[in-house]
Design a protein around this ligand. Structure first.
Ligand code: GLA
Length: 708
């Protein structure tokens, strides 16, 4: 709800209140919902600005920086008007959140040039996250250049620590916390992708609660935190200004991507709000609320070395085990037998697919499975027909050797002809195979940004606009296809891609112990519905460690479940275990994929962790508890559960796991289970602990509300 009293504007979400004084461009309050009305003047004047510009007596990081036609950088945007909109304005060319709610529009004008700055704040009726965006409209008579335009600025008072989710390939989104004592801290990416290194989701934690920020964008981003001499911590969230400069002719508009901010009293509550926001207002289309299929992917089972016989053997075993979708990964096209060739040639390799995709896909469907396909549409191999016929499609700087990563170059998506080629060729792959699922991979970062006729400062963003145009066209054309994003694992796991692809491959690291951390870090900002998780073979291909199949399954239940191994090679007993797991998962899939998700313990600071999903009505729940490393001689680890109805009594059982002989079954009150917790007494009596070199002990507890 948005209410206006003069230029004091109050925005309420179910649990938070934001008060803005539009004429002075200040935040008066942002935090826990206020019950009282008015009295906000007592909070003014405050040094908390809603935007900052060069040329004022404020030297903290600037949110807006414009190069005027006279070469100067000063602006003095001052208040023009405020409006409450019932429709959320489109952000042209960019993905953004959607849903019922109201939007506050604020307009500021730089009097000498007539350049306008617009800020938008959208509150949704059902969720505490607030969507914020900004744009510049050049109403001047001459061209200007936007050097920086933050999507969101929030000035905070007091001491804050900043929590980020950082990592690398196979180690995505590890939680790190640092105090912002003085100076500036940047969480950013210059890789042309949101990146494995630093996810755009960040949290500022202070005494009165936590503030979460994220950006609906998949390219270069920058979250700046500056603690200044006034004791103010300025948070700026937006596109990275690295190499950035966007020329704006008279009459033109530049829209910054949308950002999102959310206040909550604790990290757990912040995650619940972010999950609700992503699930309701970012993910869209036919798959938004639809249970996702259990898939079997051949990548770790075969890598590039497959033929029709091998694929059908895996698919047959997958079907017998109860899986629903078979995904053919990299290596089915051109003459691709390793990563040195064929990207861009989306033509069938008849030898490896038994006469072509259509043929193979039909055979898979005859077995009773849906067919899914891997593509990497934004790339080109120099050894490809596409490169030989259209070398100018590749992203390269003339006269310079390009940087090759995984032996490949990027396509120049800033060029509409290249975008159209991608739409055409990928449409054809989907149409001829009848694919029900597409894994959209992206396996390198951008290094040789250049295109004739495109200003250097605009390149990174034009690439993203190209990517979004393609993604929009293809998802519209194939609304029933389930698209899964991927980027060398989880390198483009962000709200931008999730607007098109309802799920994302969390990491190439499928080791259960490593995955637990990766999924846990991811869960701070993203719900389990968008996080895919696969059971793979042991010893694990990334770490060389082993864990029992039941442990690998328990951990994979923290996301959307799949298997990524050669199912036809499983031992009889492992196959039977996998079949039991899939049957159990399908029965409880709604709970696992769409239940309310809680983290248990803290895998980043202790050995005890896990997660829990609770049905919306709290009548049932499932928890996976984990302990990393065997504790000898005590103390017995203890875990407290979350999200249950405090006054209800639950019947608690353990999921039968073939690595434990003894089952547990008891009844206890919801409040006792959450406050007292339980001791994990027999956790280390794992019958297969010899095979547990990754040393991770997990058990799954199931809760059913007792009717009596
Ligand atoms: C990336 C993906 C993997 C797999 C390979 C194929 O690394 O993350 O899942 O698809 O590419 O080359």
């Amino acid at each position: 709800m948005i209410r206006k009293k003069g230029q004091t504007i109050r925005l309420d979400t179910p649990n938070t209140t934001l008060v803005i004084k539009a004429d002075t461009a200040e935040y008066l309050y942002y935090g826990k919902k206020l019950m009282s009305a008015g009295g906000f003047e007592a909070l003014s004047p405050t040094p908390r600005k809603i935007f900052s510009q060069y040329g004022e007596n404020d030297y903290t990081e600037y949110g807006v920086l414009i190069e005027n036609s006279d070469g100067g950088f000063s602006t003095c945007f001052s208040f023009s008007k405020s409006k409450i909109l019932t429709e959320k304005p489109e952000i042209e060319g960019l993905p953004s959140s959607y849903g019922e709610g109201k939007t506050l529009e604020l307009k500021y004008i730089d009097a000498p040039t007539k350049v306008c700055l617009y800020l938008y704040y959208t509150v949704f009726d059902d969720c505490d996250a607030i969507a914020v965006s900004s744009r510049i409209v050049n109403q001047a008579k001459k061209e200007i250049c936007v050097r920086r335009l933050a999507s969101l600025q929030l000035d905070l008072l007091g001491d804050y620590s900043v929590v980020t989710f950082e990592g690398a390939w196979a180690r995505e989104r590890q939680k790190i916390s640092r105090d912002i004592v003085r100076g500036v801290y940047y969480n950013d990416s210059k890789k042309g992708m949101s990146s494995h290194s630093r996810n755009p989701f960040v949290i500022a934690e202070g005494k009165e609660g936590v503030y979460g920020f994220n950006l609906v964008y998949s390219g270069n981003h920058k979250e700046a935190f500056e603690r200044d001499e006034q004791g103010r911590t300025r948070a700026l969230v937006g596109m990275n200004d690295f190499m950035f400069g966007w020329k704006l002719a008279p009459g033109e508009t530049f829209c910054a991507p949308e950002a999102v901010m959310c206040y909550a009293p604790s990290e757990d509550e912040l995650s619940l709000s972010m999950h609700a926001f992503v699930a309701e207002h970012i993910v869209r289309g036919k798959w938004k609320k639809k249970e996702r299929p259990v898939l079997v992917n051949n990548w770790e089972g075969t890598y590039f070395d497959f033929n029709e016989e091998k694929l059908l053997a895996i698919a047959r075993a997958a079907k017998d085990a109860g899986a629903e979708l078979f995904v053919l990964d990299d290596g089915w096209f051109g003459k691709r037998d390793d990563d040195t060739s064929s990207l861009g040639d989306w033509t069938d390799n008849a030898d490896k697919t038994g006469g072509g995709l259509a043929n193979l896909a039909d055979k898979i469907r005859e077995l009773g499975l849906e067919f899914g396909i891997w593509v990497e549409p934004e790339m080109i191999s120099e050894d490809s027909e596409l490169y030989r016929s259209h070398p100018n499609f590749a992203m390269k700087v003339p006269g310079r050797e390009p940087t090759r990563l995984r032996n490949q170059l990027c396509l120049n998506l800033a060029d509409e002809r290249v975008q159209n080629y991608v739409v055409r060729s990928i449409s054809d792959v989907i149409a001829r195979s009848g694919a029900a699922y597409v894994k959209w991979d992206y396996n390198r970062s951008l290094t040789d940004c250049y295109a004739k006729g495109v200003a250097q400062g605009e390149y990174f963003h034009r690439y993203m606009l190209g990517f979004y145009r393609i993604a929009a066209k293809l998802t519209k054309k194939f609304p029933f296809v389930l698209f899964e994003g991927c980027a060398g694992g989880g390198g483009r796991f962000d709200l931008g891609t999730l607007c098109y692809f309802p799920q994302f491959w969390t990491s190439d690291n499928t080791d259960a112990r490593a995955r637990l951390k990766i999924q846990d870090g991811t869960s701070y900002g993203y719900p389990q519905t968008v996080m895919t998780a696969h059971v793979s073979a042991c010893p694990n291909h990334q770490t060389g460690d082993s864990n029992p199949l039941e442990t690998r399954f328990n951990v994979a239940c923290g996301g959307v479940l799949g298997y990524e191994l050669d199912m036809s090679k499983l031992s009889e007993s492992d196959f039977a275990t996998a079949a039991r797991q899939i049957e159990f998962y399908k029965k409880n899939r709604k709970l696992f994929q769409f239940g309310t998700y809680y983290r248990l313990g803290d895998v980043f600071s202790s050995d005890v962790g896990g997660f829990m999903v609770v049905s919306r009505d709290k009548s049932c729940a499932a928890a996976v508890v984990s302990v990393s490393g065997k504790v000898l001689g005590g103390p017995v680890p203890r875990v407290a559960f979350k999200g249950l109805a405090p006054s209800a009594v639950y019947d608690v059982t353990t999921r039968p796991q073939d690595n434990y002989a003894a089952e547990q079954a008891f009844s206890a009150g919801g409040d006792l289970l959450m406050n007292g917790g339980i001791f994990l007494r027999d956790l280390f009596e794992d019958l297969q602990s010899k095979e547990n070199s990754g040393c991770l002990y997990t058990r799954m507890y199931l809760f059913k509300k007792n009717k009596i």
